[in-house]
Design a protein around this ligand. Structure first.
Ligand code: ADE
Ligand code: ZN
Length: 344
């Protein structure tokens, strides 16, 4: 077998963890069309090709405009159930045995959709995936930074009241430029006081200083993206020394022009600096690939080795918000796979 084909089948069958995926970023074009038809919504697309043709982005904001339009067709419990089930079925097919999914209620609440409706659909799909193929899932309450901190605080309180065990952590997503971590200190302090773990997008389009501020002002345990940390050698050394995980999303970074090509992505540089890099898909149906496709692109364009891929995947299980016994079980499963399958 050719080395690329051997790598692809080896990484595809490996039990993997994903720590950075937005559920709304897993909406399939066919699902977008069938939900729009169901609700009688007029959208500017007639076919799957029309939808995928629109997926050419200039930057983060041009993507977000389309991404939030996609959420407008998801309205009732069945829609939320199918959205979650579609992604968890992809996890089964991709051997993503554990996933931590960002849920963004602020995209739905203004249209009168309740948190109870969302969670009821999600829970049904999660229970089926758990019973059907042992899927492990945690949910992250991802708040939108283009909205005021007060809005995020209200959603946090509402989520905590309505489903106290629903979310393991909070996150911060959406437009990074103009919305610095310093604007969300109260939100994070409150979430941490309620017992939530914490992560935040930083250093995707925003500067390396946003990564340091997310650590220092928000108390996050991991950083979503963080690739621009490489611009500050002292920060890079700190991330390495403190073992801060970065949830890097290679295909996303190329699609949103954070890097001009995969060959110029800095993931190997981060890894070589000793940073706990993980690989993730971010918004897989918008960016041309789920987790396996991200690993395969790194192998093809950056010569990511099997040893590096295994190390990255180990980081992901280690950096997960799973309780220690479940994390140890997942790591043991990975070790069994690595022992039984020779590295390509
Ligand atoms: N929401 C969905 N994808 C995102 C990304 N790549 N950056 C910020 N917010 C997002
Ligand atoms: Zn993201």
């Amino acid at each position: 077998m050719q080395s690329s084909a051997a790598f692809a089948s080896w990484i595809s069958a490996m039990p993997k963890a994903e720590l950075h995926v937005h559920l709304d970023g897993t909406l399939r074009p066919s699902r977008l069309l069938d939900r729009a038809a169901k609700h009688g919504f007029d959208i500017p697309y007639r076919s799957v090709e029309d939808v995928t043709d629109a997926y050419a982005f200039e930057n983060l904001q041009s993507f977000l405009d389309l991404y939030y339009m996609g959420t407008s067709v998801i309205r009732d419990e069945e829609d939320f159930y199918l959205l979650m089930l579609d992604y968890l079925s992809a996890c089964r097919d991709q051997h993503i045995t554990h996933t931590e999914i960002m849920i963004e209620p602020q995209s739905y609440l203004p249209s009168g959709v309740s948190l109870a409706t969302m969670m009821s659909g999600f829970k049904q799909a999660m229970a089926e995936a758990q019973a059907g193929w042992g899927q492990s899932v945690l949910l992250i309450l991802s708040l939108l930074r283009h909205l005021p901190e007060r809005d995020g605080l209200e959603v946090l309180e509402q989520a905590h009241r309505a489903c106290p065990d629903g979310f393991v952590a909070i996150g911060l997503a959406s437009s990074e430029l103009g919305h610095p971590p310093a604007d969300f200190t109260e939100l994070y302090a409150r979430a941490r006081s309620l017992g939530y773990r914490a992560t935040a997008h930083a250093g995707e389009e925003g500067p390396a200083g946003f990564v340091a501020d997310s650590l220092d002002l928000l108390g996050v345990e991991r950083i979503d993206h963080g690739v621009r940390s490489a611009e500050d050698p002292a920060l890079l050394a700190r991330l390495s020394r403190e073992g801060i995980p970065l949830t890097v999303c290679p295909l996303s970074n190329v699609k949103l022009k954070v890097f001009d090509s995969m060959a110029n992505h800095n993931l190997l540089q981060l890894l070589a600096a000793g940073v706990r890099v993980t690989v993730n898909s971010d918004d897989p149906t918008y960016f041309g690939g789920f987790l396996n496709e991200n690993f395969i692109a790194l192998h093809e364009h950056l010569r990511l080795t099997a040893e590096q891929a295994a190390r990255i995947n180990r980081h992901a299980f280690e950096a997960s918000f799973l309780p220690a016994p479940a994390r140890a079980e997942k790591l043991a499963e990975l070790d069994r796979y690595l022992l039984a399958h020779a590295r390509p």
